[in-house]
Design a protein. Structure first.
Length: 384
């Protein structure tokens, strides 16, 4: 296999060096310096190849970028921007993946990836899976994907990710819970329960990936049918994508993990949640203590919901992620619609050297209300 290189290996040498770090949760002054050098390169890349980004950052003095903290002054792009606009920093012929967000309604983000960007993000997942012991390419496993079965030209990013995750063991069978039906998708709850029963009888590890909402619906169906199975002890559950259009049915993570353990026999240590988005395709995967650590390939600023000033650890606000790896789209500083709080690495005993964050919720339209919930209202509701 040929070495993975950015589109301009000379101009982006520090970007490449950062993305080749195998210790996904390392932290040091040297790595911070490398992160800053990589950011100088990627800002220059996008300014050179993207007129929109050049204009957006015209007042940001690259010569004054000396530390990671200085990146808080770099103009960010809100994730919703990509729902309304398409902007790339590469030739259209270099686009290898065109993915969309997985929202159940409304406009979807349109994101474009060149080979370097998509393969670098996937390599980060491999480095993380190596670290947590989930990369077992010689182990045969069955897969239950709580995700959309691909249609022709299907571009939803979560499905792309879930299919990629089947590469970390040898798939014997892959079953999609959201089955394609006449050009759309329907959740096959009875088929999913039957498949879990079949998998249990085969006594092979089962890897379950996808939306937590459909795991919950499956477990409730099993409860109604008075069915419990005992899956292989090496089975694994990895959630991603959130509850989307089912926020009004969401239960706590602890309750969901307990139900999985009760009905599928999977230990909570083998159940992990993940955070990510098509607009910011860095993988955030829970550690053994179920904390979402920030990998060395990115940094997080939490911003005040009113002033957008950067807040300290333990304070809640909008999450603004920065990463210098992506060359295809100028999504190097992205403000999410999610609210979160960041904690010091020392507050988790897993051994990761980087801070971790918790997602408090999303400021936006609620299914239980007729209008948008303001960020400050949501934070007040959460008691933070």
């Amino acid at each position: 296999m040929s070495k993975l290189l950015p589109p301009d290996a000379n101009a982006l040498k520090n970007v490449q060096k950062l993305c080749e770090i195998t210790d996904a949760y390392a932290s040091s002054d040297e790595l911070d310096a490398l992160f800053v050098d990589a950011f100088k390169e990627i800002i220059s890349w996008h300014r050179k190849n993207n007129e929109f980004y050049k204009t957006l950052t015209k007042d940001f003095d690259l010569e004054k970028l000396k530390s990671v903290d200085d990146l808080k002054e770099l103009p960010f792009i809100h994730a919703n921007f990509f729902k309304m606009h398409e902007t790339i920093s590469i030739d259209k012929n270099s686009v290898t993946e065109h993915l969309t967000s997985s929202g159940t309604s409304g406009q979807k983000s349109q994101m474009f990836f060149d080979e370097w960007s998509i393969l670098s993000a996937r390599r980060m997942v491999k480095f993380i899976y190596d670290e947590v012991g989930f990369n077992t390419p010689e182990q045969v496993a069955n897969y239950l994907l709580l995700a959309y079965e691909p249609l022709k030209d299907f571009k939803v990013g979560t499905t792309n990710t879930n299919i990629f995750l089947t590469s970390f063991s040898k798939p014997k069978e892959v079953f999609f819970a959201l089955r394609q039906t006449a050009g759309t998708h329907e959740f096959d709850r009875f088929g999913t329960v039957r498949k879990l029963q079949e998998y249990a009888e085969q006594n092979l590890p089962v890897r379950i990936h996808g939306f937590p909402s459909f795991m919950y619906f499956t477990l409730m169906q099993m409860k109604e049918m008075d069915i419990k199975v005992q899956l292989h002890p090496d089975s694994l559950v990895m959630f991603g994508g959130g509850w989307k259009g089912y926020a009004n049915k969401e239960i706590s993570k602890e309750e969901l993990f307990s139900l999985i353990n009760e009905y599928l026999g999977i230990s909570p240590s083998r159940i992990r949640d993940a955070y990510g988005s098509v607009e910011h395709s860095i993988p955030y995967i829970e550690c053994k203590n179920h904390k979402l650590h920030v990998p060395t390939y990115s940094r997080l600023f939490v911003r005040d919901v009113k002033t957008l000033e950067v807040l300290d650890y333990g304070q809640s606000g909008f999450m603004n992620f920065v990463t210098p790896y992506i060359t295809s789209v100028p999504a190097v500083s992205v403000m999410m619609g999610d609210l979160g709080v960041m904690h010091r690495a020392s507050e988790c005993s897993c051994g990761a050297q980087t801070p971790f964050f918790e997602v408090l919720g999303r400021a936006g339209v609620s299914q239980n209300k007729s209008c948008a919930v303001s960020a400050s209202e949501l934070l007040k509701k959460r008691g933070v």
